[in-house]
Design a protein around this ligand. Structure first.
Ligand SMILES: Cc1ncc(COP(=O)(O)O)c(C=O)c1O
Length: 410
């Protein structure tokens, strides 16, 4: 890393006030970015500015503030559409996050298009949020859940996927990036195979949008879900991209508020997309935070983000592998900066607790991927998930701290 890049990372870190916190008197090393990323001041200010100066309900008022809020809210929809290259802003539905976006499609799509005997394909790498909604839809409709297994490196077993696809398949739902192993899945290839059998593809992009640019039209997927809090934005807001042709045909998911066109006691007709899927008062303030997060990422640039994260991934991987007794779980060729690992003879929970007392925040456990853990024959891992604001020096601190953990258990 050149001095200029080092200086840039230091200045980027200053955008995130929490990174200068101390934990148990030690400088915080925040390696839990897959759970949630930290927020730059620009995001925090955008939210407080909304409540300080601009607060009004959207879509309902003739008064100035309401119209201003509505305009700003709809501008963010346009910005999200451009950010992920959706065909139109009306293909962006605001949700509480990725989980709600998955539930929306699992309910609305399956209500119309899933019947007894049909099949939905997920993968063994999925977060519970991209398993359970499909599983429940299958139970409701008498359909079957099929699972793409992974290779020993943590890559999807594509030949098995091809065999699973058949005339009963009604949806393929896979993650863009595995939150546990860091595997970047070959979405383009999955889409080509599925579409050759006229099967739509749902992508859980909860980990996708923070690590690199996403172009939903290039990926070719039918749906893409994301959470703002995993891309440096606020919690409680996220979205769903859905192709117009699907969104038009799907049932509304929740009822009331802006999703109606005309209500009588006899019958209700529904609003056009995307409003048909946005019942109730939306989370406008956090949409403003999402707006600031997107601006922040655009300002940094994907080149900087991907270069820095790849450097950290390679450095952390090589340093971890130098430590005797460390096993990295998930060694896919195409990986994001998420590293699951185990320390020989030391329970991940004990190790994580000691690391915490040394100021290092890593995640321990199953990472909401219990079926993946079962398939690997383990109960959990330690997970260091890195972001562009992390540094090689922080990786060195992790390695030193792991040595301390090992010494305590020696
Ligand atoms: C791959 C993946 N999918 C879905 C989710 C759920 O995201 P949220 O809790 O923001 O809805 C997560 C969160 O960790 C995730 O990593």
């Amino acid at each position: 890393m050149s001095e200029i890049e080092e200086a840039k990372i230091q200045s980027v870190r200053e955008d995130f006030p929490i990174l200068s916190r101390k934990i148990y008197g030690k400088p915080l090393v925040y390696f839990d970015n897959a759970a949630t990323t930290q927020k730059p001041l620009a995001v925090i200010n955008a939210i407080s500015n909304y409540y300080l100066n601009d607060n009004a309900n959207v879509h309902r008022g003739v008064h100035y503030l309401s119209q201003q809020a509505t305009g700003a809210f709809e501008d963010v929809r346009k910005k999200v559409a451009t950010f992920i290259n959706a065909g139109s802003p009306s293909e962006i539905v605001f949700t509480r996050g990725a989980t709600e976006a998955i539930n929306l499609v699992a309910w609305s799509y399956c209500e119309s298009f899933l019947s007894a005997g049909d099949e939905i394909i997920v993968s063994v790498l999925e977060h519970h949020s991209n398993i359970v909604p499909w599983q429940v839809a299958c139970e409701r409709k008498g359909a079957f859940l099929k699972v793409i297994p992974a290779t020993s490196d943590g890559e999807l077993d594509m030949p098995v996927f091809e065999q699973l696809l058949n005339e009963h398949t009604k949806m393929v739902a896979v993650s863009h990036i595995s939150n546990t192993l860091g595997t970047i899945n070959p979405i383009g290839e999955i889409v080509n195979l599925a579409h050759s059998k006229n099967v739509p593809v749902f992508v859980d992009g909860a980990q996708g949008l923070s690590h690199g640019p996403v172009d939903v039209q290039k990926l070719g997927c039918d749906f893409y879900a994301f959470s703002a809090h995993k891309m440096y934005g606020p919690m409680g807001i996220g979205g769903l991209y859905g192709k117009t042709a699907w969104l038009e045909k799907m049932q509304p998911y929740q009822m009331g508020g802006e999703m109606i066109e005309k209500v009588t006691f006899e019958k209700t007709t529904y609003n056009e997309i995307p409003y048909k899927f946005e019942a109730g008062t939306p989370n406008v303030a956090d949409v403003m935070g999402l707006n600031a997060a997107i601006d922040y990422l655009i300002g940094l640039g994907w080149d900087f983000i991907t270069t820095q994260e790849n450097d950290l991934l390679n450095y952390a991987t090589s340093q971890l592998l130098e430590v005797e007794g460390i096993r990295i779980i998930g060694t896919a060729a195409n990986k994001a900066a998420i590293i699951s690992f185990l320390i020989d003879g030391i329970h991940f929970f004990d190790a994580g607790t000691i690391l915490d007392h040394l100021g290092i925040a890593v995640r321990t456990g199953s990472h909401c991927t219990q079926p993946l853990m079962d398939s690997l024959g383990i109960n959990g891992t330690l997970r260091a998930s890195l972001a562009f604001y992390n540094t090689r020096q922080e990786v060195d601190k992790l390695i030193e701290a792991i040595q301390k953990v090992k010494n305590l258990f020696a």
